[in-house]
Design a protein around this ligand. Structure first.
Ligand code: GDP
Ligand code: MG
Length: 436
């Protein structure tokens, strides 16, 4: 990792206490490489490294940090500062509906983001309405309708019109009369930036002036994202961006570059296809991600809020040994829920492979807890003994159906299996695995 590299560079420095021009030269090279590797725009990297160099020079090394850590801290703080302050929720207009225009290239994640945003607003007590302004493909309207239906949020659409601006104007009236205070417009994309698209968006902005013009960009596109953001900002005007697909391998360099080059903040990040996978943007976390420190910091912060370190370590141990029983499952369920999905925890532990573990939702969680509580201790420790008659008893005791019990045991077995395969590479060399 960057910290280890920097530590070795600085190992001669120990006891000398000050960062100087000559001893930070190599460190700056490592930082430059790390940023370029994270797909940060070249010019941005150049300016940035210069700033860090100036900041670092002459700094006293803090007693609690190694020089390498000290530089990483400076880099991280500077990166965080460059990417803007803490997240602020989108403001609500005094005169409804608060209109949010989503734009971006095809496949960037607009429609998904529209639904995710609508969900967030609904969850906080608002009455959102979605507008299908991607009129060129019938499938696009259907996609938004399906998402809207799944969230029980109305979707305004006109199946036979291609007058996008007209549709948006109508939608506003409909929202107003239907008492919907948030209007989220999902527009068409193109594979590339094109004049027709830009004109269409300008027209929408004229007839239904948005309070927030948000550009949706795919983080996986790296450098390209900067050009896209620049073009949309110049031609249509954007207020902020939503950076999607950060659940993939993207290191997040686009976040820094867009902020630095276009000067527009990142409002939200998309971290999955599911509709709950939208998170407020945290500059400090993105900084850590760009520097390749995994999301260790996020994990630490989240863990501090919700569970004590010991419990986390225990969970990690169990995961690593794959000696995870239904009893542990029960213990951990609540905490897993607080941390998000099991999958999101695993993705935060460095060195572990990503897996698509089932996430746990609220009602499901209650049912699962009820079922496990109705098991005997013996059953919890060894699910293999849970035969047909035991399943019936457990279902009766927990007020569920045998099918629910079956499903839980099946899910649990799958999870256990997945953990085993994920941890496969990790166990080697430790020599302490059971039965070896
Ligand atoms: P649009 O053409 O801009 O409307 O893009 P869509 O919303 O239809 O999304 C295109 C694809 O990207 C779909 O398969 C989405 O499920 C997927 N997608 C959108 N946002 C995310 C995200 O944050 N993470 C992941 N992994 N996939 C996403
Ligand atoms: Mg779409």
């Amino acid at each position: 990792s960057l910290t280890t590299k920097l530590d070795s560079i600085f190992s001669q420095l120990r006891g000398r206490g000050k960062l100087s021009e000559s001893n930070i030269k190599d460190a700056m090279r490592e930082i430059r490489l790390a940023l370029l590797e994270a797909d940060v725009n070249f010019q941005v990297v150049k300016d940035f490294v210069e700033r860090v160099r100036e900041q670092s020079m002459g700094q006293e090394v803090m007693r609690s940090l190694t020089p390498g850590q000290q530089v990483v801290k400076i880099v991280r703080d500077e990166l965080g500062a460059l990417m803007g302050g803490e997240h602020r929720p989108l403001s609500i207009a005094t005169r409804p509906p608060t209109t949010i225009l989503l734009m971006g290239l095809q496949g960037s994640g607009k429609t998904t983001a529209a639904a995710k945003l609508a969900r967030t607003f609904k969850d906080t007590g608002h009455r959102p309405m979605l507008v299908a302004a991607d009129v060129y493909r019938p499938a696009a309207i259907d996609q938004l309708r399906t998402l809207g239906a799944s969230l029980d949020i109305p979707v305004y659409a006109q199946d036979d019109s291609q007058d996008v601006a007209g549709i948006c104007a109508q939608a506003r009236e409909t929202a107003r009369s239907g008492n919907h205070n948030i209007l989220i417009i999902d527009t068409a994309g193109r594979l590339q930036i094109n004049d027709e698209l830009m004109q269409e968006l300008r027209d929408v902005k004229t007839v239904a002036p948005p309070h927030h013009s948000l550009l949706v960009v795919d983080a996986m596109t790296g450098q390209e994202a900067v050009k896209v953001a620049q073009a949309f900002d110049e031609e249509v005007g954007i207020d902020a961006t939503i950076l999607t697909k950060l659940d993939g391998d993207a290191r997040g360099g686009a976040a820094l570059s867009i902020r630095a080059v276009v000067g527009k903040p990142i409002q939200y990040i998309g971290v999955g296809e599911k509709l709950d996978a939208l998170e407020p943007f945290h500059p400090d976390r993105m900084a850590s991600r760009i520097l390749g420190m995994g999301d260790v910091l996020s994990l630490i912060e989240k863990a501090e809020q919700t569970i004590d370190e010991e419990t986390a370590a225990e969970l990690e141990q169990k995961l690593r040994k794959a000696s995870f029983t239904l009893e542990d499952f029960q213990d951990q369920l609540k905490q897993i829920k607080k941390l998000g999905s099991l999958d999101s925890i695993i993705s935060m532990i460095p060195g572990l492979k990503k897996a698509n573990l089932p996430s746990v939702d609220d009602s499901e969680l209650k049912r699962v807890e009820a079922i496990i509580s109705s098991m005997t201790l013996e059953e919890r420790r060894n699910h293999l003994i849970i035969n047909g008659s035991r399943r019936k008893r457990i279902a009766r005791g927990s007020g569920t159906e045998v099918g629910d019990v079956n499903r839980l045991i099946k899910q649990f077995t799958q999870t256990q299996k997945m953990m085993k395969s994920m941890m496969g590479g990790q166990k080697k060399g430790k020599g302490k695995g059971k039965g070896r």
